[in-house]
Design a protein around this ligand. Structure first.
Ligand SMILES: *[C@@H]1O[C@H](CO)[C@@H](O)[C@H](O)[C@H]1NC(C)=O
Ligand SMILES: *[C@@H]1O[C@H](CO)[C@@H](O)[C@H](O)[C@H]1NC(C)=O
Length: 560
């Protein structure tokens, strides 16, 4: 995501962290693998109590270290000792390969929230994901909060039952049981039949049902995955250096229940975002996953498994079994993000690396990418807190009038839209307001613009407004400043959390407009889809919208 200069700085940080992580892990485990800087794990919960635990130890043979230390490791051990003395982590970039080793590293969970789990050393054989551990299953989260059968969701009792995971989806093995299946008995100098999938994998367990929408893929799945990934690694983003992150890179994304078309949306933003923000990610889909299943379906002496080094596993049905997503806001990403926020593990600019990756790809210039950071610096200089009283006409105000951009995304060409006269009156009122204040106004129909034009506009928008709908997904590209906001117009009494939660998650204010009134956090209405919600007679009273915008830009506290 960075130019070569910034990337090299990030690499230095990663190598430094990698060296620290290696030092920490090697003090826990006598057989610590050499970690490449690509696969650092900052949280080193690979704890020694897994070996000391007295649960079900009778059948676990733990040979003395000399017996298990294979000859192939001798050279690496020597170089590791050298590393320890010369402190040069570049000498140890060669990753550990499970498939030539004599031992299987145990599965650990670095972080978990309903629907989102970051594993180290996860195994897959014949379509079942295996947690290999000498810990009892009760020490792990309930698998219903990790995974599902990957079927499309319907709101029927039969379907809810059919999505409940079984031992065929995810199961537990002790190390002895794993060796009994896949070989690797050190007493017999037998190598295992486990093949390593190195590096960092995002494993998405969802069917196309919600993958093939711009909002659900980019603003929900990617937002959730990135928040969880950043938080799990306690990543720090440096806004003054092109928003480079200290989080490790992602090497592959696997859509286990979707074909190649299934994760793509019709306008093409999903592929655009994934390739722009993560240009080196390799994508595997259902067919590829089926290959891995078929190749590990044999029994006896040909029983095999794949070993995944580091996996962020996500499952929509499992997220809905969590309290936040299931009963508060129906946002799978909320489970990931709020878990990390509660632990204070997300830093302010956590989304910025993805946002910038996409916008730089779209051709947006650096100065515009910095709008949020610059406003933040100005706010600090003015000692202004968000929502504090700021006089926008005062010299040196937070954002100059000519830099304020109001973007109205019109849906008049789509099925759900405003009453035609109300739309016309709204455009007139916005035009008057912007002319008198010196602000820029854009009234756009997204489908008439190229992807680049849409993204470039979002990248400089201060306040985005429009009727509830997919076009508002571009809010994830708005620069976050103390006055940024999204105004979403609903059919009166209608409400959904899609854009409301997402706007707030990114640090902006959201207003739900019902004609001549509005709601804003913490005054959120109940989710409702009244008659008329999807229709073409949605009313809006323009003076209400104008007042919201003027108050927001003047820094007046909402509702006061
Ligand atoms: C592999 O999985 C299928 C079901 O998906 C099952 O019928 C079969 O028995 C399994 N094979 C082995 C060796 O476990
Ligand atoms: C919208 O609000 C205006 C101003 O209060 C009112 O005159 C109009 O009747 C309202 N429209 C609807 C459909 O409620």
């Amino acid at each position: 995501m960075g130019v070569s200069r910034s990337r090299s700085l990030r690499d230095v940080i990663l190598i430094f962290l990698g060296a620290m992580a290696m030092h920490l892990t090697s003090s826990f485990l006598w057989s610590s693998p050499d970690r490449s800087p690509e696969s650092i794990i900052v949280k080193t919960s690979v704890s020694s109590h897994f070996i000391q635990d007295d649960y079900d130890q009778s059948d676990i043979v733990i040979p003395p270290a000399e017996v298990m230390r294979p000859v192939v490791n001798a050279q690496r051990e020597a170089s590791k000792e050298r590393d320890a003395t010369v402190q040069n982590p570049l000498l140890s970039v060669e990753p550990e390969k499970i498939d030539v080793a004599y031992e299987l590293p145990e599965t650990t969970i670095v972080a978990h929230a309903p629907g989102w789990t970051l594993f180290r050393n996860l195994y897959m054989s014949n379509g079942t994901l295996f947690i290999v551990s000498s810990e009892p299953p009760s020490r792990f989260p309930d698998i219903r909060l990790i995974t599902s059968t990957g079927l499309a969701a319907e709101n029927t009792p039969e379907n809810i039952a059919a999505r409940m995971p079984t031992a065929q989806d995810m199961d537990f093995l002790t190390p002895a049981q794993a060796r009994a299946r896949w070989g690797g008995n050190p007493d017999r100098w037998e190598r295992n039949r486990v093949w390593s999938v190195e590096g960092n994998t995002y494993l998405f367990n969802d069917p196309p049902q919600f993958l093939n929408h711009y909002y659900h893929f980019c603003a929900e799945l990617l937002v959730g995955a990135w928040a969880f990934w950043q938080g799990a690694f306690n990543a720090v983003v440096d806004p003054s250096n092109a928003a480079v992150t200290t989080a490790p890179p992602v090497h592959r994304a696997i859509f286990a229940h979707s074909d190649a078309i299934g994760w793509r949306d019709r306008p093409g933003f999903n592929a655009y975002f994934l390739r722009a923000a993560f240009p080196s990610v390799t994508v595997e889909v259902e067919d590829d996953w089926e290959d891995r299943i078929t190749l590990t379906s044999a029994t006896g002496v040909h029983a095999r498994a794949f070993h995944f080094d580091t996996v962020l596993f996500s499952d929509r049905s499992a997220a809905f079994r969590g309290v936040i997503c299931g009963s508060q806001n129906q946002r799978t990403a909320a489970e990931a993000l709020e878990y990390m926020q509660k632990g204070a593990r997300l830093t302010k600019w956590w989304w910025e690396p993805v946002r910038r990756g996409v916008l730089r790809f779209a051709g947006v210039q650096e100065a515009e990418l910095d709008i949020g950071v610059k406003a933040d610096e100005a706010a600090a200089a003015l000692n202004a807190r968000p929502f504090a009283q700021i006089d926008s006409t005062r010299p040196g105000a937070l954002i100059k009038a000519q830099d304020i951009v109001i973007t109205y995304i019109s849906r008049q060409g789509a099925r759900r839209h405003l009453i035609d006269e109300d739309h016309a009156a709204l455009v007139l009122a916005l035009t008057d307001m912007c002319a008198s204040k010196g602000w820029e106004l854009n009234v756009v129909q997204a489908e008439r613009l190229s992807k680049e034009q849409q993204l470039a506009l979002a990248a400089r928008t201060t306040i985005m407004l429009g009727v509830h709908g997919n076009g508002l997904t571009h809010l994830i590209m708005i620069p976050v400043t103390p006055i940024s906001a999204v105004i979403e117009i609903f059919y009166p009494t209608g409400f959904a959390h899609d854009y409301e939660w997402t706007t707030r998650a990114l640090g902006m204010r959201h207003y739900a407009v019902w004609n001549d009134t509005y709601h804003t956090y913490p005054d959120a209405p109940n989710v409702a889809y009244p008659e008329g919600f999807q229709g073409v007679q949605i009313p809006v009273y323009p003076p209400n919208v104008v007042q919201i915008i003027e108050d927001r830009i003047a820094g007046r506290v909402p509702g006061h």
